[in-house]
Design a protein around this ligand. Structure first.
Ligand code: PRP
Ligand code: URA
Length: 212
């Protein structure tokens, strides 16, 4: 795969360990959901390493000191429904006050084209760092459309985080949105003829919510 300056692929041993369990077809819904959250939390530390900090005065039991904090309202999480919802708690562990917007997308099973069916974003999102989340990046259609939807509503600083990506999806997002930083926990081999990632983990939404 081509090297894209806006794409960061994790190489963390803990993520490798957790993703190996996530992929296993015998991993049940509860453990799957917990692993998605845990992997997301680890990724959030890395992907937000450049988060904006502001000075604040803090009084310790001994003296006053100037410290740095993340401004409360500066980060928004936007999951792509449904599967992206599974990552929200993982980001909230790190940014508990982040507002949450939702973008609903489903892939037409025949054409694999994404269809937007819902979009509700927090007021003032255009001034926040937006963390778009979806565990799967396959053809890249859903992520590309969600990123365009966020930009249409004025968002300027956007990061996209996914757990498993196919090279095809990475190329699509990196080329259509070179201004967006893309964080991928694990790069997989390719897509099959139905647009599923190989080796992948199957349908993330179904495994998170037990719908199949
Ligand atoms: C999955 C996944 C992504 C999309 C990735 O969602 O969560 O949103 O497919 O595929 P793409 O890169 O080819 O667009 P799906 O459409 O299955 O909907 P769901 O989350 O409701 O299960
Ligand atoms: N969506 C999924 O949930 N899994 C895939 O492998 C591809 C798209």
């Amino acid at each position: 795969m081509k090297n894209y300056p806006n794409v960061f692929i994790f190489n963390h041993p803990l993520i490798k360990h957790k993703v190996s369990i996530l992929r296993d077809k015998n991993t049940g819904m509860k453990e799957f959901r917990e692993l998605v959250e845990e992997i997301t939390t680890i990724m959030t530390y890395e992907s937000m390493a450049d988060v904006e900090l502001v000075p604040v005065e803090v009084e310790t039991p001994l003296e006053k000191t100037m410290q740095l904090r993340v401004p409360e309202e500066s980060v928004a999480i936007v999951p792509i429904l449904r599967a992206g919802l599974g990552m929200v708690n993982g980001v909230h562990r790190v940014f508990p006050t982040a507002r949450v917007g939702h973008i609903g997308m489903y892939r037409d099973e025949e054409t694999l084209e994404p269809q937007e069916y819902y979009c509700k974003l927090p007021d003032g999102i255009e001034h926040k760092t937006v963390l778009l989340v979806d565990p799967m990046l396959a053809t890249g259609g859903s992520a590309c459309d969600a990123l365009s939807a966020l930009k249409k509503r004025g968002c300027k600083k956007i990061k996209f985080m996914c757990i498993i990506a196919a090279p095809e999806g990475i190329a699509a997002v990196a080329e259509a949105h070179p201004d967006v930083s893309v964080y991928v926990s694990t790069l997989d081999r390719c897509l099959n003829e139905h647009g599923y990632i190989l080796p992948g983990l199957g349908d993330a939404g179904d495994r998170l919510y037990g719908t199949k």
